[in-house]
Structure formats: C-alpha cells, structure tokens
Write a protein that binds this ligand. Structure first.
Ligand code: PGA
Length: 258
C-alpha cells in the first residue's frame, strides 16, 4: 500500500534565519501527523543547518539536484555521496527548471538518477509537458520519453527505488494548477505504462503531483486515486500553507484507509 508523501521544494530561496524559522514552525506541527511522509528539499549550502534542525523529526531531508559524476575533478559539482554524508534521503532529479534553465537532457537526468540510486538516495524524478506540448496532444508522449530515458539507463526495477513527480510545466509557479482530473489522467497513464511491464512495481510506485499546489487545492488533488502526494514549491516556503497541505495528505490517507 502506498503512503502519501509531501515534499517541499524550496528552490533557490531562503537564508539561515528564514530557514530556521520555517523549520521550527513546521517540525512540531508535523510531529503528530503519523499517517503520511514529509520531506524538505533545501539548497545545498543549508544542508548542515537542515540536517541539524530536522534531527529526530519525521521530516526527511532532500536536495534539488545531484551531480551525475561520483567525485573528483568536477568543479562546482555536489556528489550523491556528499548528500548521503549529510543524511539526505531524497534528491529531486530532472526538475523542469533544471531541464530548461540549465540545459539538462533526458540523458543527463538519467545519469543523475543512476548516481542517486547507486548511493541509496531516493530520486524524485520530475516529468511533465510544456503548455505547447499539451496543446499539441503530446503530454503522454513527453512523459513516456522522460520515463523511458531513465528505464533505459537504469532498468525498470530502478523505478521501485524512486518517487515520480508529475509536474506540468505550465502549472509550475504560475498559480494555474492542473485540475484533479487532469492530474489523475496523467498519473494513471504513468502507472499503466509501468504496469504493462510490472504490475506490482506500478502498484507501489509513489507518484506526486507538482504545480501550484496550495492549501486550498491540496485535498481535491490528493483525493485522486493515483495522486500519492505533492511536490510543493512556493507554498512550501510558508509554514502555515505547507502544514495545511501536509494535513490534507493525512486526511486523504484516512479516507483511503477507512
Ligand atoms: P510550485 O512549484 O508549487 O511553486 O508551482 C512546484 C515545483 O516546481 O516543484
């Protein structure tokens, strides 16, 4: 049975003081919420701060990128082993902002995914179409291509060690959320694609939705049968919003289990 996951993606935001205030508000509020899983994906310079502050809490630590290489002469790179050293559990790979602003190809994303798996980090693999692709009826093809690149490099079984995040590019940071039905349709397609090769793996696969998730729309999204939680950008920077989204995940879990 899948457990809902809510992961905050802080992106390139925050400072020592604001991070501390945010984490100190979030940690006690989530402590009694046992029925879902939580994580925050922080910028690299704040790993030590987040590791220290999250210690003993039920909020896991993650980052937003990893170098595809293991170590050595790669100026500016941060390796998977370094992330493990800081107690990271999750790493976002293939976020659309990395694909578009940093030129990461499907192939590079697949190498980063492989680096994460090799070091037992859980990659949160982001997939999703642009507005032009959606309007051309290419959503399914784009998502399939992004998934297949990883499967080709790492094997289908590797999907058993990851989380998928469906993030339509047109919904990220725009305030324009996919409707629960639009999200559900793509999530079901992703699950069906994996199920065609391995039913059990597909049933266990956690598929998050990302793109303008807020306290006001989280419950409807999380009520969809194939939406297993959210990857939260802007709303993860406001403690009250993030906590309310986490509560919505718990509420959805309780409905499933009842
Ligand atoms: P958003 O970002 O919630 O601000 O739309 C989501 C993401 O990019 O992961």
């Amino acid at each position: 049975m899948r457990t809902k996951l809510v992961a905050g993606n802080w992106k390139m935001n925050g400072n020592l003081a604001s991070n501390q205030a945010l984490l100190e508000a979030v940690i006690p509020a989530l402590a009694p919420l046992k029925r879902a899983n939580y994580a925050v994906c922080v910028p690299f310079p704040y790993l030590a701060q987040a590791q220290h502050t999250l210690r003993g809490s039920n909020v896991a630590l993650g980052t937003q990128d990893v170098c595809q290489f293991d170590g050595g002469a790669y100026t500016g790179g941060v390796s998977a082993a370094m992330l493990v050293d800081f107690g990271c559990r999750y790493v976002i790979v293939g976020h659309s902002e990395r694909r578009s602003a940093f030129g990461e190809s499907d192939e590079v994303v697949a190498f980063k995914f492989a680096a994460a798996i090799k070091h037992r980090l859980t990659p949160i693999l982001c997939v999703g179409e642009t507005l032009a692709e959606r309007e051309s009826g290419l959503t399914e093809a784009v998502v399939a291509r992004q998934l297949d690149a990883v499967v080709k490099r790492c094997s289908l079984a590797a999907l058993g060690q990851c989380v998928i995040a469906y993030e339509p590019v047109w919904a990220i940071g725009t305030g324009r959320t996919a409707t629960p039905q639009q999200a559900q349709a793509v999530h079901a397609t992703i699950r069906a694609r994996v199920a065609a090769a391995d039913r059990r793996l597909a049933d266990e696969l956690v598929i998050l939705y990302g793109g303008s998730v807020k306290a006001a729309n989280a419950a409807q999204l999380f009520a969809m049968p194939d939406v297993d939680g959210g990857l939260i950008g802007g709303a993860s920077l406001a403690a009250d919003e993030f906590i309310a989204i986490c509560r919505a995940a718990v509420g959805a879990e309780e409905i499933v289990r009842a």
